[in-house]
Design a protein around this ligand. Structure first.
Ligand code: PEP
Length: 275
């Protein structure tokens, strides 16, 4: 199956890092992107979608900052890190998808392995959260990935297939609620590669991404060819070009390296070079 060229998507997940001071990073990021765009203008740059998912406390301030960057020509989208499955209610400490949207987010990570591990989130809960994100007009970035034990047991593909099947919401044509490449992104993140410095081999990543692509096409037809599949897990400047060149890898979900504007810029620059 030939891999379709899709616009690369690079997402920075700041996790529970950063207070207001961290917003300075965005100025460095916007300035660096301006440089990349100017340099690339002559050479017809590859367009790359860029998003930052900061802690919830920074969403609103960051939305203002990103608006200013956008007015200056640098498009950086804002995303949440999780949302509740309900739109509102008695759920102390939780944030709903409409609240994320109200704060300026365009998307939310859903089912990140840290949520699945720390809060025992099941595929069913992840699916409900993704449906809530869609209902609020947000893009759902649905995270899936195997543990080291599952990889060693050679269960990676079945595990990934089940997570995908059960975590992605069903098409609901009656409610005009369809899964599209605009509202859904899949992030393949092997649990054992997150924050560890370890990455699967290129062949291992290629096999999983091809498996996900096939499953998406089987379920969503032509739309499944356009849904972007990101790789996440210890992506850094030194391995970004290699990882982003793997067939059906349409971008990266970046944790640690997104906390340094310089590192994140290098990963974005690598994405511009692919293709
Ligand atoms: C992540 O948080 O989704 C992630 C992939 O983290 P890291 O890049 O630090 O491995």
């Amino acid at each position: 199956m030939k891999a379709k060229q899709l616009r690369p998507f690079i997402i920075g997940n700041w996790k529970m890092h950063g207070t207001q001071r961290a917003l300075r990073r965005l100025d460095t990021l916007a300035a660096g992107l301006a440089k990349q765009n100017n340099k690339a203008n002559n050479a017809k740059p590859r367009k790359v979608d860029i998003m930052i998912c900061p802690p919830a406390t920074l969403l609103l301030s960051m939305a203002g900052q990103l608006k200013a960057a956008q007015d200056a020509g640098q498009q950086i989208m804002l995303g949440g890190q999780d949302c509740h499955a309900e739109a509102s209610g008695a759920h102390t400490g939780d944030i709903s998808a409409p609240q994320l949207r109200d704060a300026g987010a365009k998307a939310s990570l859903i089912g990140h392995s840290e949520r699945r591990t720390d809060y025992n989130e099941t595929n069913k809960q992840v699916q409900a959260k993704a449906a809530a994100a869609h209902a609020a007009g947000l893009m759902a970035i649905i995270c899936i990935g195997e543990t080291l034990k599952e990889r060693r047991a050679k269960a990676t593909l079945p595990v990934i297939g089940k997570q995908l099947r059960e975590s992605v919401p069903q098409d609901k044509p009656k409610d005009n609620r369809l899964i599209t490449a605009k509202n859904t992104v899949i992030a393949y993140e092997p649990v054992w590669a997150i924050g560890t410095g370890l990455t699967p081999t290129g062949e291992q990543i290629a096999a999983v991404h091809a498996h996900i692509r096939k499953a998406l096409i089987r379920r969503f037809g032509a739309e499944g060819e356009r849904i972007r599949i990101l790789y996440g897990g210890s992506v850094k400047p030194s391995n970004a070009a290699q990882l982003l060149a793997i067939p059906h890898v349409n971008g990266a979900l970046v944790g640690g390296a997104s906390l340094q504007a310089g590192e994140f810029l290098k990963i974005i620059a690598a994405a511009r070079e692919i293709g």
